[in-house]
Design a binder for this molecule. Structure first.
Ligand code: TRP
Length: 325
């Protein structure tokens, strides 16, 4: 995979069923980049350990994620898909970065500060999360890292850590750029807050049709009466509709709602229809891939080999510079 194309790298945690927020915010933008970049995408299972306590769930959801990437069309011959924990060298590299990272920097991390503010129990993994993430990134020398806006600080930290090591040992690490798609920043969930596993407001990407309909029907709407005119634009139903329906479909539904006589329930049924149309084939492909665990494990094996080949030159350079010769 050594072409002269630029490299894109991102990781996606295993935190339960992937949902429409992951799909629109991470998976689709990452797949779009496969047209112009060499892409290195990984399942961030080590990062999931800061909160995941169920080994069976982690194992299952890891395979779910592999099947998802494949169902959405990631070509793993042209690009690289791997499981973070298969390249254990990343934890070694994280240690090297730890030793040049000030506590003060880590104490500024939004995720850590939020957990503190909420009075949550914080483990060392949560605190050290940005260091492991920097190791993930720097080890594979990407040009760009496509992430959501909430991850921007992590990329800045990554650049800081690379800068520290470079200042001490010479230019051994390549500084990446964050690639942030402002359009897909915040995908709203069923209650209008950001769609997230932790708010329990998510719409699963690949559940069966019945569950999908039920989820969509549970979207929060106001109590405007059936006969009254309703405005689709700016409503939660409307916001989700824009991601799946065409402009013409949106305008048509908006017009009918504005006339009155159409309830939010009808609008939600139509939203369900456009989402279902959009993901139907992908879901069928997902179910096919998901059944074939041997194939999924083989993908992981192939990905691990490719990822190691990319990681070793960087790591060897770092080891040498640090004095492990
Ligand atoms: N922190 C990212 C998230 O929560 C996941 C992640 C881990 C990641 N390592 C990464 C993203 C490296 C980009 C690059 O979504």
């Amino acid at each position: 995979m050594t072409t002269n194309k630029k490299r894109s790298l991102t990781g996606l945690k295993v935190t339960g069923n992937l949902h429409l927020g992951n799909y629109l915010g991470t998976l689709l933008p990452a797949l779009e980049l496969t047209k112009t970049y060499d892409c290195i995408y990984f399942i961030a299972d080590l990062h999931s350990l800061t909160t995941q306590r169920d080994g069976n769930a982690l194992a299952t959801q890891t395979l779910d994620q592999v099947a998802t990437w494949l169902a959405l069309g990631l070509d793993t011959d042209k690009h690289t898909l791997f499981r973070q924990s298969d390249v254990t060298e990343v934890t070694e590299f994280a240690w090297y970065l730890s030793c040049v990272t000030g506590l003060g920097l880590l104490e500024k991390a939004h995720a850590y500060k939020d957990s503190l503010a909420k009075g949550l129990e914080i483990n060392h993994g949560t605190f050290a999360y940005p260091v492991l993430m920097a190791a993930d990134i720097l080890m594979y020398e990407p040009d760009v890292v496509p992430v959501g806006k909430d991850q921007k600080q992590h990329i800045e930290f990554t650049r800081d850590m690379a800068g520290s090591l470079n200042a001490l040992y010479g230019e051994i690490l390549k500084l990446p750029e964050a690639l942030i798609d402002e359009r897909v920043m915040i995908i709203p969930g069923l209650d209008g807050q950001k769609m997230s596993k932790s708010y329990n407001n998510e719409v699963p990407l690949f559940c069966d049709e019945k569950t999908l309909r039920k989820k969509i029907m549970s979207i929060k709407t106001d109590s405007t009466g059936l006969e009254e005119p309703k405005t689709l634009k700016g409503s939660l139903v409307g916001d989700l509709y824009t991601y799946f329906g065409s402009v013409a479909q949106f305008d048509d539904l908006a017009g009918r709602l504005q006339k009155g006589g159409l309830g939010w329930g009808h609008a939600k049924e139509e939203l369900f229809q456009v989402i279902n149309e959009h993901i139907k084939e992908k879901r069928d492909r997902y179910n096919e891939f998901r059944k074939d665990e041997a194939l999924l494990r083989n993908e992981l094996k192939k990905g691990a080999e490719k990822a190691k080949a990319l990681a070793h030159p960087t790591l060897n350079r770092v080891r040498h510079a640090l004095g492990f010769r």
